[in-house]
Ligand binder design. Structure first.
Ligand SMILES: CC(C)(COP(=O)(O)OP(=O)(O)OC[C@H]1O[C@@H](n2cnc3c(N)ncnc32)[C@H](O)[C@@H]1OP(=O)(O)O)[C@@H](O)C(=O)NCCC(=O)NCCS
Length: 389
């Protein structure tokens, strides 16, 4: 233990959407789907367990979720059980924690489940829950939630670089059309440019379809040492590189220019270096499209195009099937949905099926490198790069 590489050996997911399922139901469903994906692993083989979840105390009235979630998956951990919470970046943080535990020699196999019950009956309650992730005394008390925050980011980018509302809308059209091929996605109706442009204004210039979707959902992966992985599957999906950078929180402390995210640039460079690759090697990117403007800035900071040219990059069709890289084939947070603690694990699931050639209608042919990214603030970024070899 503690040597060599680390890989995903199993992955499963629930349907995302407005679910009648409880927090417990979602976890049990994701746990079963994860075990179903690799019949060589049963719950009794799992001795280390991580749950990624952001606010079950508020939305499901459930604290202390790690041992409970393990039990709901049929697992009795004897090496460790932990909860990882890092707001919208929790899922990627949780897989990184499993990676670190394996590299440290604490275990050679970890089950990681991400789950969130977001859709509570009162919409006000959903917003109040979201405000729990901001600085209570300096920001949340003034009503700052992600839509107005990212609207200011979009305004800054439009002002500085001439990015247009149509270019923002193109991200949504792409992601909504990708989700048509994802049976687990929340939205499965697709979208046209006109539909996005004429959708209800949320926080100018962001309209309904520019926003990620509140959704219930859960996903799971099993992470193993290379030696264990080789014994459990012929097609492990390796973690090639990872990085986590934080340079300012709360938002008021963020540097003046909100249209640039230097922490993401730094995180990308670190993860590429660790993986021994560059942006040109990436076949699929599944980044934190919490709002359309975020995906545009992510093209830039992750080195896929020059700073300020993200709008042009989507307009030229370079991030879709047939382009240089396929961005968010699942539909991303915008159309597949964003159950906070599950999102990074959902990206791990997507890496697992895409790099093994098991993604069905949305398969990116010959994909070898997958870049997953979450943000949990403009200056907090979490990256995992997965590879077939
Ligand atoms: C944009 C937003 C405010 C809309 O919420 P809302 O006004 O409460 O919308 P509702 O839940 O009442 O949904 C009304 C309709 O719009 C649809 N809808 C809701 N959010 C949507 C979205 N983001 N994109 C597309 N359609 C959406 C619903 O499916 C529903 O359609 P239906 O009537 O056909 O069932 C909400 O989606 C939001 O807050 N998104 C951002 C979430 C966020 O900040 N996450 C953290 C990011 S870091």
């Amino acid at each position: 233990m503690g040597k060599g590489r680390v890989a995903l050996v199993a992955a499963g997911i629930t349907k995302f959407g407005k679910r009648a399922a409880t927090f417990r139901d979602l976890i049990a469903e994701a746990g079963k789907a994860t075990f179903d994906s690799n019949k060589k692993i049963s719950p009794k083989d799992v001795k280390a367990f991580i749950i990624s979840t952001v606010y079950p105390e508020r939305s499901a009235y459930q604290g202390h979720p790690a041992p409970l979630a393990a039990e709901w998956c049929g697992v009795r951990p004897t090496e460790f059980h932990e909860r990882v919470e890092n707001q919208c970046g929790s899922g990627t943080s949780a897989i990184r924690t499993a990676y670190a535990a394996i590299m440290a020699g604490l275990t050679d196999l970890v089950m990681v489940i991400g789950a969130e019950k977001v859709m509570v009956p009162s919409h006000q309650e959903i917003f109040l829950n979201a405000m729990g992730g901001g600085d209570r005394e300096w920001e949340s008390c003034f009503g700052v939630t992600p839509p107005p925050l990212f609207a200011m980011v979009a305004q800054a980018h439009m002002q500085k670089y001439g990015t247009t509302e149509e270019q923002l809308a193109m991200v949504s059209v792409k992601n909504h059309n990708h989700s048509l091929k994802n049976p687990h996605a929340h939205h499965q109706k697709g979208a046209t440019l006109e539909q996005v442009m004429t959708s209800r204004m949320i926080a100018s210039p962001l309209k309904l379809f520019d926003c990620s979707t509140n959704t219930d959902g859960a996903a799971g992966v099993i992470v193993a040492s290379e030696e264990r992985a080789r014994a459990l599957t012929d097609n492990p999906v390796y973690i090639l590189g990872t990085a986590q950078v934080s340079d300012a929180y709360p938002w008021a402390n963020y540097p003046k220019d909100w249209s640039s995210w230097p922490a993401l640039k730094f995180a990308g460079e670190k993860a590429y270096k660790m993986a021994g690759i560059g942006p040109k090697d990436v076949d699929i990117a599944d980044t934190h499209d919490c709002f359309t403007i975020s995906e545009i800035i992510e093209y830039e900071e992750l080195g896929f195009c020059k700073k300020g040219e993200g709008g042009k990059f989507i307009e030229e069709g370079r991030v879709d099937y047939g382009g240089e890289v396929v961005w968010a084939p699942s539909g991303g947070l915008i159309a597949c949905g964003h159950p906070f603690g599950a999102t990074g694990i959902r990206q791990g699931y997507e890496a697992f099926i895409q790099l093994r050639g098991e993604a069905g209608d949305r398969q990116v042919e010959g994909a070898e490198i997958f870049l997953g990214h979450n943000l949990s603030g403009l200056g907090e970024h979490h990256i995992l790069i997965y590879g077939r070899n």
